[in-house]
Design a protein around this ligand. Structure first.
Ligand SMILES: [Zn+2]
Length: 120
């Protein structure tokens, strides 16, 4: 499931450890996305009350289409499991998966995003 009508607010994280920490310790609004190492992690959860599901996207060009390579339910993962998934993604291990397909998400910087109905 991928939310085509959603606009995500992208913030950068510095390391796989930081991302794993964020994904397993906080319930994020549905417009949250993280960027690390040429990959984006988009909150694809149905609602903030459900299990946190993040789509993993690989940037093909700076502004063009992206490749969704995985979808991971971090809501069911502990820190170590999440970190392992993140490191696998960063090594490109999901890039060739059968699941991989091109997507065109609407992304914004925090400045552009401001507040939407997901994070108001
Ligand atoms: Zn928002």
């Amino acid at each position: 499931m991928f939310h085509h009508d959603r606009t995500w607010c992208v913030t950068s994280v510095a390391s796989a450890e930081e991302l794993a920490q964020k994904l397993t310790s906080i319930v994020w609004t549905c417009c949250t996305a993280f960027e690390l190492g040429g990959y984006l992690w988009l909150n694809d959860s149905t609602s903030p009350d459900g299990a946190a599901e993040f789509a993993v996207l690989k940037r093909l060009t700076q502004d063009g289409p992206m490749l969704q390579v995985e979808s991971i339910t971090f809501g069911w993962c502990d820190y170590d499991t999440s970190l392992a998934y993140i490191q696998q993604a960063l090594r490109g291990e999901f890039d060739g998966s059968k699941f991989a397909h091109e997507v065109h998400p609407r992304l914004q910087t925090p400045q552009e995003h401001g507040r939407c109905h997901h994070c108001a």
